[in-house]
Design a protein around this ligand. Structure first.
Ligand code: ITT
Length: 194
């Protein structure tokens, strides 16, 4: 089984990614100890690269994968975007702040974005992709699954809230699943054939 370092401190991301990777005989392992790279990019891909590069310095695998993701709301000019994790102190407060900033806003269209970057042990980029999951922001929370902003995001492709989906359903339609499938296909069809 191929082991790849997953450059994240977020255990929800690791769980979602490993559910999908299992079929490919790949295991993603998170770095030991604190994981707090400086994310000073001004877009998702740059921030994913900051994390992959940081992990490549402390890990001991051949490949490093980072995920930088977030929720972009059309009527808020793409906010919270790359600041999704830092929008307020806790997940509950982030949802509260977003719903309050959207009071009286009719256009509730939004998308989850996930950028992924793969590097080697030297921190050189081997593959990158950025994918989206489209939907809108609901007026109130629904469902118990997922994490982060899932309870207020309605998924077009499923006609249900993201937190109402099972893990398997989220793995079929999410921004993360779409990016990860590109990465896994690149590993299978190009990297492994080198
Ligand atoms: P790492 O940087 O350690 O990977 P993080 O949670 O800080 O963990 P990001 O900087 O990529 O990761 O921020 C992503 C935030 O966007 C995340 O904390 C959630 O608030 C939100 N988010 C991303 N994907 C999500 C998903 O599938 N469901 C709900 N919220 C999501």
């Amino acid at each position: 089984m191929l082991k790849i370092t997953l450059a994240t401190g977020n255990s929800h991301k690791a769980e979602e990614i490993n559910i999908i990777a299992k079929e490919y005989n790949i295991e993603f392992v998170v770095p030991e100890g604190e994981f707090n790279p400086i994310e000073d990019g001004d877009n998702f891909l740059d921030n994913a690269y900051c994390k992959a590069k940081y992990a490549s310095k402390i890990g001991n695998t051949e490949l490093y994968l980072a995920d930088d993701s977030g929720l972009c709301v059309e009527a808020l000019n793409g906010e919270p975007g790359i600041y999704s994790a830092r929008y307020a102190e806790t997940p509950k407060l982030r949802i509260k702040k977003l719903l309050s900033n959207m009071q009286n806003i009719k256009n509730r269209r939004a998308k989850f974005v996930c950028a992924m970057v793969v590097t080697d042990k030297n921190g050189s980029i081997l593959f990158k992709t950025q994918q989206e999951c489209l939907g809108y922001i609901m007026e109130e929370e629904k469902g118990e699954g997922g994490f982060g902003y899932d309870p207020i995001f309605f998924v077009d492709d499923m006609q249900k809230g993201m937190a109402e989906l099972t893990k398997e359903e989220k793995a079929q339609v999410s921004h993360r699943a779409k990016s990860l499938n590109k990465v896994l296909n690149w590993i299978k069809n190009e990297y492994n054939k080198k």
